[in-house]
Design a protein around this ligand. Structure first.
Ligand code: ADP
Ligand code: ADP
Ligand code: ZN
Length: 214
């Protein structure tokens, strides 16, 4: 299965991606996670990406597309993959199409997790992520069993640099201008499916699974 997850910042893409990839045994590719890992390891890519990410802006297309293509050719994507946070511009979507065509692959579904703007700020500002495995928690909606500790790997939870009110607002504007047009783009290509992202995490995943199984 080859899936794209679309949704505003904090819609729940990363949270649902983990559950979907576990169930369907496919590889989770999050451009945000890849960039954050590179920032943590102070790689050249990390240094370049950080400049944009901390301001809530998009990392340039050329850099981002290269990262994704390098990843998609790896063995662990042969059985299927889920793209979380990519594409984010129509240009990225077009480049992805060309790449998939050149490797004789097609997308099965583009899944939109639809969350209205008024949910976005609280979801992002209350988010905490694991410093090792990147899993998302929320201080109110999805707290870990032990305060500040990842249930999955036992490492420390941290707040993302870009999860402050000012940067979230900028990310939302960027989403509206550059990423939201992808909904029309994939709607026209007939592979868009939408789930209501206002429900709790388990209800959203139940609805995603029924969309994927039909
Ligand atoms: P969100 O929680 O907002 O969906 P992500 O973890 O997917 O965040 O991405 C964090 C940041 O990384 C983005 O605000 C952007 O700066 C950068 N980024 C991630 N994916 C892309 C992409 N496909 N194109 C450009 N920049 C990206
Ligand atoms: P994205 O990858 O789209 O930016 P995340 O999966 O990181 O989003 O979720 C953003 C925040 O909202 C996290 O703190 C997460 O625990 C929380 N969250 C995710 N899904 C839901 C939901 N259905 N209801 C309430 N909170 C949620
Ligand atoms: Zn962890």
């Amino acid at each position: 299965m080859r899936i794209i997850l679309l949704g505003a910042p904090g819609a729940g893409k990363g949270t649902q991606a983990k559950l979907i990839c576990e169930k369907y045994n496919i590889t989770h590719l999050s451009t945000g996670d890849i960039f954050r890992m590179n920032i943590k390891n102070k790689t050249t890519l990390g240094v370049q990406a950080k400049e944009y990410i901390d301001k809530g802006q998009l990392v340039p297309d050329a850099l981002t597309i290269q990262v994704v293509e390098d990843r998609l050719i790896k063995e662990d994507c042969k059985n299927g993959f889920l793209l979380d946070g990519f594409p984010r511009t129509v240009f990225q979507a077009e480049e992805l199409n060309k790449f998939l065509q050149s490797t004789n692959n097609t997308l099965d579904v583009v899944l939109l997790i639809d969350v209205p703007n008024e949910f976005i700020l609280e979801r992002n500002v209350g988010r905490r992520i694991c410093s090792s495995c990147g899993r998302s928690y929320h201080i109110k909606f999805n707290p870990p069993e032990k305060l500040g500790i990842c249930d999955f790997c036992g490492d420390k939870l941290i707040q993302r640099n870009d999860d402050n009110e000012e940067t979230v607002k900028e990310r939302l504007t960027v989403y509206k201008n550059h990423t939201h047009p992808l909904i029309d783009y994939y709607w026209t290509n007939h592979c868009l499916s939408t789930v209501d992202g206002r429900d709790d995490i388990l209800t959203v995943s139940k609805n995603i699974f029924s969309a994927l199984d039909t």
